[in-house]
Design a protein around this ligand. Structure first.
Ligand code: NAP
Length: 507
């Protein structure tokens, strides 16, 4: 075990080797910091695209928008690229930007504590080792802590039980009786695939999801060639995709109060899609959400709804009473025998994430406790008062737009500006002020009032966007343009900049 007192101090410790962590590392390197360590609990890089390997996995927004803008990928095979291509892209980025040498895999971070004396973060790894860094950046993902359902008896099931994040390719699915719990975006991708091989498939739905038509298809070789040779063509395609997503998000979700017709349009598109694909009105009613469009993330699929019209597929909407060794028993006493039980039950964001590890800043402020005892907030979705030299990349109000890369690059810009200012002001320690954080929170709260989350009807959506205080603070309620503009223009004095000796004296 390395003692914190003798530990080498890296420029920065990054937790998470997904796209967020890699983006942070690229930005730190651009700013001249090369002594980085990226700690990753999994056995390889790629984050969600390494962990998720279930059949049907694909990006659920157009691929043209799903890459770093400075590292476009002309090789996506489809408009919505399959999951393995995303993983390959992550590997390509790590190799091209020489990030692997910073990465330590199978390394579970337990917590991090600000060391006043050293003006550095001491990051504790399972087993007791302490890694020290001048800066701490957490890129632990929003959807990284799998949620297991609180249904009695799941552990007694005698067949195979798999959460979608722990997919086991060796499990035989062909000819099996398969049960799926959950109908979120993951299940929408998975269910049609399982139906292809199962002897019988029973889907347990608690809350229906909005599904819109998917304008998908292979990207012809000639187009890929043009993207590779004339990058401007790919940029233009990206701009179109980003603009559509932006209009969807801003008009349909964030400006719900002002533009209710835009939200209604999204809802109608999904309902028309369902009507076209499912003729049975009873089944259609079961699949129709009773909350406003956008309360929870809608998704795209051309194969999800028709799957329920197949003779060997059942949609079960009666609530589950319990699981027993042989299958699932619903509240009406009906039991279905199963060989394989798939838990497409999503992720726990608000109990065990935010933050994913214990983080203790100045004056003993524990981030998780502070957020829960007060309100969830991070200035510009990235900084928190009393947490010096800390950038929390998966924070309340950080997710901007529908492509995660918009968020990543906005945060890279913010990070770069803070680091450049530190250098100009010869500072060793930077910390956002309480006032700036409070003002940001008040502004975001005001904007949320206009959104579907506050002004719409979301009570029955059971959306993971909402936290335990009933606030939808996951998404930043502004346009992505506004977010990225602020990343380069936020008032520099929203932070305090201290040389090391003053930072030590001031506490
Ligand atoms: P999710 O949207 O949270 O869906 C979880 C599902 O499990 C819901 O239908 C939920 O029902 C159900 N469930 C949870 N606990 C249950 C219980 N105890 N009993 C019965 N049902 C239960 O999770 P997800 O489908 O994994 O998707 C999460 C997010 O991942 C998506 O919104 C999307 O942003 C992202 N995603 C991205 C991609 C991609 O880009 N390729 C693919 C898939 C997912 P309730 O709604 O009633 O709680």
């Amino acid at each position: 075990m390395t003692s914190p007192r003798t530990a080498h101090c890296h420029d920065a410790v990054i937790v998470g080797a997904g796209f967020g962590g890699m983006g942070a590392a690229i930005e730190l390197r651009r700013q001249g910091y090369d002594d980085l360590v990226i700690l990753e609990r999994e056995d390889d890089l790629g984050g969600t695209w390494h962990v998720n390997r279930y059949p049907g996995l694909a990006v659920d927004i157009p691929s043209s928008t799903y890459s770093y803008t400075f590292e476009p990928n002309p090789h996506w095979s489809r408009l919505f690229a399959p999951g393995p291509e995303l993983k390959r892209y992550a590997v390509h980025v790590a190799d091209k930007y020489d990030l692997r040498r910073h990465m330590r895999f199978d390394t579970v971070v337990e917590g991090a504590e600000w060391n006043e004396e050293e003006s550095a973060w001491d990051v504790t790894i399972a087993g007791g080792e302490v890694v020290r860094g001048r800066f701490l950046l957490t890129a632990t993902g929003f959807l990284s802590q799998p949620k297991l359902p609180d249904i009695p008896g799941v552990e007694d099931f005698a067949g195979v039980v798999m959460h979608t994040t722990r997919w086991d390719d060796d499990v035989e699915l062909t000819g099996k009786r398969i049960g799926v719990i959950g109908t979120g975006a993951t299940a929408v991708q998975l269910i049609p695939e399982l139906a292809e091989v199962a002897d019988h498939l029973t889907v347990y739905q608690r809350t229906p999801i909005y599904v819109s038509p998917k304008l998908d298809g292979p990207v012809p070789g000639v187009v890929r060639g043009a993207f590779a040779k004339v990058p401007l063509t790919q940029k233009a395609t990206r701009l179109v995709g980003t603009s559509i997503l932006e209009v969807l998000m801003v008009a349909g979700v964030l400006h719900f109060r002002d533009l209710p017709w835009a939200n209604a349009l999204g809802k109608r598109v999904c309902e028309a899609h369902l009507k076209r694909q499912v003729k049975d009105s009873e089944l259609r009613a079961q699949l129709t959400p009773d909350y406003d469009f956008g309360c929870k993330r809608p998704t795209f699929s051309n194969t999800y709804y028709p799957t329920f019209t197949r003779p060997h597929v059942d949609l079960e909407t009666t609530s589950i009473d319990h699981v027993d060794p042989g299958g699932i028993v619903t509240a009406d006493g009906n039991r279905v025998d199963l060989d394989v039980l798939v838990l497409a039950t999503g992720f726990n964001l608000w109990d065990v994430n935010f933050p994913a590890i214990r983080i203790v800043g100045r004056e003993g402020r524990d981030l998780g406790r502070w957020w829960r005892d007060n309100r969830f907030c991070a200035y510009e979705g990235i900084s928190v008062p009393k947490f010096p030299n800390f950038f929390s990349l998966n924070s309340p109000y950080s997710y901007s737009g529908l492509s995660y890369f918009t968020t990543i690059e906005t945060q890279m810009a913010h990070l770069g500006r803070v680091l450049r200012t530190m250098r100009k002001r010869d500072a060793a320690v930077v910390e956002v002020t309480e006032d700036a954080n409070e003002e940001f929170l008040v502004r975001m709260t005001g904007l949320l009032g206009n959104s579907v989350f506050n002004a719409g009807s979301c009570a029955t959506a059971r959306s993971y966007y909402f936290n335990q205080h009933g606030e939808a603070v996951l998404l930043r309620p502004t346009s992505t343009l506004s977010a990225s503009r602020e990343a380069t223009r936020f008032p520099l004095d929203d932070y305090t900049y201290l040389p090391k000796e003053v930072a030590t004296l001031s506490v």
